[in-house]
Design a protein around this ligand. Structure first.
Ligand code: 5GP
Ligand code: MG
Ligand code: MG
Length: 182
């Protein structure tokens, strides 16, 4: 039973499956990032709001020094072509010269993540590593370089584990698909 009022939903991944995927990402991140942090901590950028659960679960498994920061962006209106970000929260940490670990909930069209990567690069990040808990298996106009992927899902609207459906369902213990309207 899902603790939302969203009605019936198809269970795609259990909480155990998502947690195992997150632990696998952490192992890969430790291998890549531990050697890069002898002098300066990694800046972990949590993309609000959906990534809070994956970031919270990742962090106790990360063994390198890090500082946690958050960004929140939305796209202008319903525009899908451009990469213009509307900022709600900018990073507080300086990204100049920093190793950045950008963590988002889901890669769909990739516009948000690509814009954030460009922003980090423009701020002078020394390296940008990108992680998504979920990647949709769909064609993308421009492929987005992602270093760590937890799980792949079909091109359907999913929620749970931080991802919302009409504002609800972020606390659903696993990944679920909303039934189609048609
Ligand atoms: P983009 O298309 O730019 O990759 O995705 C932008 C944002 O749309 C994602 O970070 C996520 O917040 C939201 N999004 C995309 N697909 C889904 C989905 O299937 N479920 C939910 N809950 N959000 C999604
Ligand atoms: Mg998001
Ligand atoms: Mg959303």
């Amino acid at each position: 039973m899902i603790p939302t009022h969203l009605g019936p939903a198809e269970h795609l991944f259990s909480a155990e499956e998502v947690e195992a995927a997150i632990r696998r990402m952490a192992v890969a991140m430790n291998k890549d990032l531990e050697p890069l942090t002898p002098h300066r901590p990694v800046v972990l950028l949590c993309v609000l709001t959906g990534a809070v659960v994956v970031v919270g679960q990742l962090m106790p498994h990360l063994h390198f020094p890090l500082v946690l920061d958050c960004v929140q962006v939305s796209r202008y209106g319903a525009e899908t072509s451009g990469g213009t970000l509307q900022w709600r929260t900018r990073p507080k940490e300086s990204l100049a010269g920093a190793v950045v670990l950008l963590v988002d909930d889901i890669l769909d069209e990739g516009i948000t993540l690509r814009s954030l990567q460009a922003y980090c690069a423009a701020e002078g990040a020394a390296a940008i590593h990108t992680a998504v808990m979920i990647r949709k298996t769909r064609p993308r106009a421009v492929e987005v370089p992602v270093d760590y992927v937890g799980l792949e899902v079909p091109d359907r609207f999913v929620f749970g584990y931080g991802l919302d459906a009409r504002g609800l369902g972020r606390n659903a213990p696993g990944i679920f698909i909303l039934p189609r309207d048609d």
